[in-house]
Write a protein that binds this ligand. Structure first.
Ligand SMILES: Nc1nc2c(c(=O)[nH]1)N[C@H]1C(S)=C(S)[C@@H](COP(=O)(O)O)O[C@H]1N2
Ligand SMILES: [Mo]
Length: 167
């Protein structure tokens, strides 16, 4: 028996990648689980500890695979720590782009880096600041090699979703 799900834009099964930046502005909003909203820029990310993840591939059904690339940015876990988000306080992160694409990351994927490397918010590629057309600011999940569905370009909003309380 199959179950019908409503279409969820943050859980696409496949997708035609959008090559065109939706705007020139790479700033984005970090929305914390207590409702606080912080406006961030490439500059604010570059003030935090940098992490480079090498051997990253962007795997696309339509256009084949590109890479390997070395992406540099801030580990999502480091960003949350820098803004004082307690580790046990949230269950998932929503990453939403300015063109309406996005993904959901369960807490364990963010907290425990896989062998391929940690999930980062990247602002540089192969040592150069990314251009807007290349995705600035771009989510990179080195473990995802499915259809690039977690390699979200033009990140516009990051929502920290609180842990569900069951009682
Ligand atoms: N914002 C945004 N990010 C996105 C997409 C998109 O349409 N919009 N498409 C995804 C898909 S399906 C692919 S294959 C890759 C393509 O990345 P590229 O343009 O760097 O080759 O981007 C991913 N990230
Ligand atoms: Mo894709």
């Amino acid at each position: 028996m199959s179950t019908e799900h409503e279409h969820d834009p943050l859980q696409p099964h496949s997708h035609d990648p959008n090559p065109e930046p939706p705007s020139d502005d790479p700033s984005f909003t970090l929305s914390l689980s207590d409702g606080t909203e912080v406006e961030l820029t490439v500059g604010s990310l570059r003030e935090l500890p940098a992490t480079t993840v090498s051997d990253c591939y962007i795997v696309s059904t339509g256009h084949g695979t590109s890479g390997p690339f070395a992406f540099t940015g801030v580990q999502l876990a480091d960003l949350l720590a820098a803004y004082g988000v307690p580790a046990g306080d949230w269950s998932e992160i929503e990453v939403i782009s300015a063109d309406g694409f996005g993904t959901r990351l369960p807490a364990e994927d963010v907290r425990e880096p896989a062998d391929a490397g940690p999930i980062i918010l990247a602002y540089a590629i192969d040592g150069d600041l990314m251009r807007r057309r290349q995705g600035l600011i771009r989510l990179i999940d080195p473990s995802e090699t499915d259809d690039a569905l977690r390699q979200v370009k033009w990140v516009r909003r990051i929502n920290v979703r609180p842990s569900r309380i069951s009682n």
